[in-house]
Design a protein around this ligand. Structure first.
Ligand code: NAD
Ligand code: DAU
Length: 350
């Protein structure tokens, strides 16, 4: 019996983690905390929302009083912390929002755990979900390992790096049981269509230009989101306190090659002539400070905890395309903003 607080559970990765924990651990109570920003969508969780071991609470992690009250009332056994502002381009136009949620919000959560779990740190766990972007950018060679020095470049990655440092500081200073994982780019269902893959699927479907930054030479290491959720499950249950694990798919793709593969899958699915969708590719101004290449070495996770990715990229990408084509209502809701007006009515907030 465990009561686990999962933050950011209405977002892309968080909803997969909530679904996995609710379904795999019927003895656990899963409390999903989310502010429901533009990226949080309870429609991601309709299949588990009525399960007896699941609850949702609408809380903003920048609200330290609300967090403290919640920890006091609930006596959680553990936190799996995913809530964050997650989009690099938004961090370039509004860095402060990233400091507030990713840095201050994480420190608020750490404080709530530190103050409410006093005398019981050995029975509690604070698991922080982070990103490979904290390590900066690679050249053509090499991979990020857990000991790679932090060198973030975007306001997003700087805020995530800062939150990682705070988590380690609370482990080293106060003895809180903390674990961190740093993962590469995820893809799969329920991904908000501002990120490359769902944005491209949506645009190809609607015959709109597919924007490729710069020359499309940047490389990302893509992992199936359900493999990430499974890694989080393994790390949560098996990692030693204070440890960090890198999670990645050993699956590097240049953006332009990925987009061509996606266009060819979409041609087949939409009954278009081969090459038709690729005509939509449009090279646009590069992202400022655009990291050239990410690649994760997840040997430690594979050897120590026995996790390996389950899905080949081509298969995963096709499944992802199928999901978006079969879930038109989800896509049109999130692109029209209907779901945000629903929340405003439901929760009387903006
Ligand atoms: P997302 O943007 O899809 O979801 C973030 C969730 O956090 C949303 O539900 C949002 O409503 C919630 N949230 C935002 N601000 C909040 C606040 N102040 N209080 C409470 N809730 C708030 O993000 P994602 O892609 O699912 O990423 C989840 C986590 O995983 C993040 O910490 C991110 O840094 C990390 N990560 C993401 C990737 C990736 O490829 N997407 C890879 C590695 C790590
Ligand atoms: O590496 C993990 C990170 O992956 C996570 O921590 C972030 O939360 C997540 O958003 C993601 O960051 P990226 O910046 O790599 O993802 P994004 O989908 O925004 O972009 C992927 C690549 O595609 C990147 O090189 C920028 C490029 N791109 C992106 C968009 C949105 C384009 O060329 N065109 C676009 O329209």
């Amino acid at each position: 019996m465990k009561k686990i607080l999962i933050t950011g559970g209405a977002g892309f990765i968080g909803s997969h983690v909530v679904r996995r924990f609710v379904n795999h651990y019927p003895d656990y109570t899963i409390v999903n905390l989310d502010k429901l920003t533009y990226a949080g969508n309870l429609a991601n969780l309709t299949d588990v929302e009525n399960k007896p071991n699941y609850r949702f609470v609408k809380v903003d992690i920048t609200d330290s009083i609300a967090l403290n009250d919640l920890f006091y009332a609930e006596n959680f056994d553990a936190v799996i912390h995913l809530a964050a502002e997650s989009h690099v381009d938004r961090s370039i136009s509004d860095p402060t929002a990233f400091v507030m949620t990713n840095v201050i919000g994480t420190v608020n959560l750490l404080n709530a755990a530190k103050d409410n779990w006093k005398g019981q740190y050995d029975q509690k766990r604070f698991y922080h979900i982070s990103t490979d972007e904290v390590y900066g950018a690679l050249g053509k060679e090499g991979m990020f390992v857990e000991s790679t020095a932090y060198d973030p470049h975007s306001p997003y990655s700087a805020s995530k790096a800062s939150s990682d440092h705070f988590v380690r500081a609370y482990h080293d200073t106060y003895g809180l049981d903390c674990v961190i994982s740093n993962c590469s780019n995820n893809y799969g269902s329920h991904h908000f269509p501002e990120k490359l893959i769902p944005l491209a699927i949506n645009n190809i479907k609607n015959n709109k230009p597919v924007p490729v930054y710069g020359k499309g030479e940047n490389v990302r290491d893509w992992l199936w989101v359900e493999d990430h959720a499974r890694a989080i499950d393994v790390i949560f249950h098996k990692a030693e306190t204070g440890e960090t694990y890198n999670i990645g798919g050993h699956n590097e793709w240049k953006n332009i090659d990925l987009i061509h593969l996606l266009c060819s899958i979409m041609d087949k699915k939409l009954g278009r002539q081969e090459g038709e969708s690729a005509k939509l590719i449009t090279f646009v101004t590069d992202r400022a400070g655009h990291d050239l290449r990410y690649a994760i070495d997840s040997t430690k996770l594979q050897e120590k905890l026995g996790w390996i990715p389950s899905l080949q990229f081509e298969e995963g990408l096709e499944k992802t395309v199928d999901w978006y084509l079969e879930n038109e209502e989800w896509l049109s809701n999130v692109t029209s903003g209907n779901y945000q007006s629903y929340y405003e009515k439901q929760y009387h907030t903006k």
